[in-house]
Design a protein around this ligand. Structure first.
Ligand SMILES: C[S@@+](CC[C@H](N)C(=O)[O-])C[C@H]1O[C@@H](n2cnc3c(N)ncnc32)[C@H](O)[C@@H]1O
Length: 193
């Protein structure tokens, strides 16, 4: 099935959880994977894999299967993802359980989190639970990167995420506005040592 069509289907089924009408563009994907060099002891964890718009670029950086873990809530999307990305471990699950999902996977330390979750449209308490999971990985030394759409940048939940991250891990590195994405977006990166 065509990627855009499957994404739109998922959006129509659950607009708040998907949070976008189209998959990320190649330009946004390139920014999201910039500088990421995963290995078995610096696994890349992708939250909210969707139809794999970022994963297909990330794939070229993943040298072996034990360097990547993807978590996606929508079981139908996961079926297609497992077919399209046979070499990558992508599981159906909730990012609220990311820490235990990673533990169960038996993979090494998470060195990078690529977060594609639509914080702006998720209920507050879900956002908070996900951030507490992120914090567990960050305590062990990790890079966290997400994107925020320009039109939602000053929405309370977008600000809340940035405040949480700034208070815990300092100032972010923000990209220029990526206009070749629908809608235009910034990437934001935090890193702990
Ligand atoms: C904005 S889409 C991004 C998809 C893809 N990574 C991209 O950039 O095109 C967000 C994705 O997060 C998933 N999602 C939403 N809440 C989630 C949760 N709590 N745990 C895991 N995935 C979730 C949705 O099903 C959707 O596929």
């Amino acid at each position: 099935m065509n990627e855009n069509f499957q994404f739109l289907q998922a959006f129509l089924k659950n607009p708040l959880k998907v949070g976008a009408i189209a998959p990320s563009s190649p330009e946004l994907a390139a920014k999201m994977i910039d500088g990421i060099e995963p290995d078995e002891d610096n696994v890349v964890l992708e939250l909210g894999v969707g139809t794999g718009a970022i994963t297909k670029f990330l794939q070229s950086r993943v040298r072996n299967k034990n360097s990547y873990l993807g978590i996606e809530l929508d079981k139908n999307l996961v079926k297609t993802l497992n077919h399209n990305f046979e070499d990558l471990k992508i599981v159906a699950g909730n990012a609220c359980d990311a820490y235990s999902i990673h533990k169960k996977s038996g993979l090494g330390k998470v060195g990078y989190i690529i977060c594609c979750l639509p914080f702006v449209s998720l209920p507050n308490e879900v956002g908070e639970r996900i951030l507490s999971q992120v914090d567990k990985f960050m305590q062990k030394g990790c890079m966290f990167r997400t994107f925020q759409y320009a039109h939602g940048y000053y929405m309370p939940s977008a600000i809340k995420l940035r405040e949480f991250m700034r208070n815990h891990y300092g100032k972010s590195r923000r990209s220029k506005l990526i206009v070749k994405n629908v809608p235009p977006a910034y990437t934001l990166t935090w890193k702990t040592n």
